[in-house]
Design a protein around this ligand. Structure first.
Ligand code: GLU
Length: 472
């Protein structure tokens, strides 16, 4: 069997969005599953859409996410160059071959003429130049007339191919337009470059968005015209934000980098996006990249669009966070602690142990440590707790004693609090509730009363307890 070669062919138009990354992931998985090669090709022939810096983002995102490409612009390979604009001299020769055998033709129509036919109701190019005589074409080329090269689609019949997800796809040739293959500036269009590049790069499995499903017959006619073997196709349904909108940058934060900034782990991002359009036979949902390589199969690829669900992604992320070692969690959390000045001076290692079981995504750290900045304005109604039968009056009665024991027994605070309850006729839960609220002014905190005191330190704990007493 021939080696499987797949490719990811993004256009450098900005950040790598989740939809693009999913295409890359599936192309990677399919190649690796079959012991083949995964190739990166940059499709930058549309210079107007080019965004500086985006090629570097593509390289770094794929590498960071673990989608290591075997060949590509920055890693080389036997089929380079892997940047389309650097291949521009290759295309014309093939377009001319197509002209020779009637599969394409020179077109000299002016913009004005094209506008005119469209104004008269034409929905596609009217093949005007397909019937120019060879002599006329040669004369006009020699004279230096501006031209494009168009594909010559048969006017009758139909073209069929088998998509590995969607099955047989048949398109009537009359639905297809004689698209431009080579533009007047000599650059190929996507319609032509994807075919030439895929062939020259030995790509035999083309994996891409479903928007290309119905134009693929055109590409197949080009393969046929050039006498090349058609590749296999795997088209993927889009990822939606909701039932009617595609996930896109217009709706914000759909890029890999954004999710990393939001505190998602790369393993979780990859795991979650694998599930956006694919499910495993046994409906398992947690997969490492290596497990995905093993489990991925086309039978599990969905025929309908999938809906991006950030809550679900958070849940998947939380599974990975829980699995982290204490050290790994702490080291990762450090990047996020830096965003909050008020964490300076705290024992962050200890804070990490408190936060570990509560963090779903790392930006939760902000919410979970809010009590550190909101203490001054807290609502004393928080002392009211039906279960523990506490309220402001109970707190007021307890606080002087709690302050005293904090001064005297901070090192053995837990025992001191228990003893205080026993000696004064309070339940343990009552004492701990009052102490924790007086210390933090927050309904929920990343740890219990004594853990919060340990985090804040003796001095700050006393300051807060005294401040609470004044407020009551
Ligand atoms: N450059 C195209 C895109 O970004 C690639 C499509 C394909 O994979 O053939 O949509």
């Amino acid at each position: 069997m021939k080696e499987v070669r797949t490719r990811f062919a993004p256009s450098p138009t900005g950040y790598l969005h989740i939809g693009g990354l999913r295409t890359a992931l599936y192309a990677y998985l399919y190649a690796k599953k079959n012991g083949g090669k995964f190739i990166l090709r940059i499709e930058d022939t549309d210079r107007e859409r080019y965004v500086p810096g985006s090629v570097e983002i593509i390289y770094s995102t794929l590498k960071d996410a673990g989608l290591i490409y075997d060949e590509g612009p920055d890693v080389g390979g036997d089929y380079g160059p892997y940047i389309q604009s650097e291949r521009k001299n290759a295309y014309l020769e093939y377009a001319k071959q197509l002209v020779e055998n009637g599969s394409a033709y020179y077109c000299f129509c002016t913009k004005e003429r094209l506008e005119e036919i469209h104004e008269k109701g034409a929905t596609k190019y009217d093949k005007h130049c397909a019937s120019l005589s060879k002599e006329e074409v040669e004369m006009r080329l020699a004279r230096g007339d501006s031209y494009v090269i168009r594909q010559n689609i048969p006017e009758t019949g139909s073209t069929t191919y088998t998509d590995m997800v969607f099955g047989d796809i048949t398109v009537d040739n009359k639905e297809l337009e004689d698209n431009i293959l080579i533009k007047s500036d000599g650059m190929p269009t996507y319609n032509f470059a994807n075919v030439v590049d895929d062939h020259l790069m030995g790509i035999n499995y083309v994996i891409r968005g479903v928007e290309y499903l119905s134009s693929t017959p055109k590409y197949n006619l080009l393969y046929d015209g050039l006498g090349w073997e058609r590749p296999h196709y795997i088209h993927l349904q889009p990822i939606m934000r909701d039932a009617t909108h595609k996930l896109s940058k217009r709706y914000g934060d759909a890029s890999y980098e954004d999710f990393i900034k939001k505190g998602f782990l790369k393993e979780a991002i990859i795991n979650y996006i694998a599930l956006l359009g694919w499910s495993s036979k046994d409906n398992t949902e947690k997969f490492s990249l290596t497990e995905l390589v093993d489990k991925f199969d086309l039978a599990g690829v969905s025929h309908s669009p999938s809906i991006f669900d950030e809550q679900k992604m958070k849940y998947i992320n939380s599974l990975y966070v829980k699995e982290m070692s204490e050290d790994d969690f702490h080291n990762y959390a450090l990047k996020f602690y830096g965003d909050y000045d008020y964490l300076k001076g705290l024992d962050l290692k200890f804070l990490s142990t408190l936060l570990h079981s509560r963090v779903e995504v790392f930006t939760d750290i902000g919410k979970l440590t809010e009590f550190l900045t909101q203490f001054d304005g807290y609502n004393t109604e928080l002392f009211t707790n039906a279960k523990w039968k506490t309220d402001v009056a109970v707190a007021k009665a307890m606080l002087p004693g709690l302050i005293e024991l904090t001064e005297q027994s901070f090192e053995s605070l837990h025992d001191a609090l228990i003893a205080y309850g026993e000696n004064n006729g309070y339940k343990k839960g009552q004492v701990l509730w009052v102490y924790r609220i007086a210390l933090t002014g927050a309904q929920s905190t990343p740890g219990g009363a004594t853990e919060m005191a340990e985090l804040l330190g003796k001095e700050e704990s006393l300051r807060r307890l005294k401040e609470s007493l004044i407020r009551l």
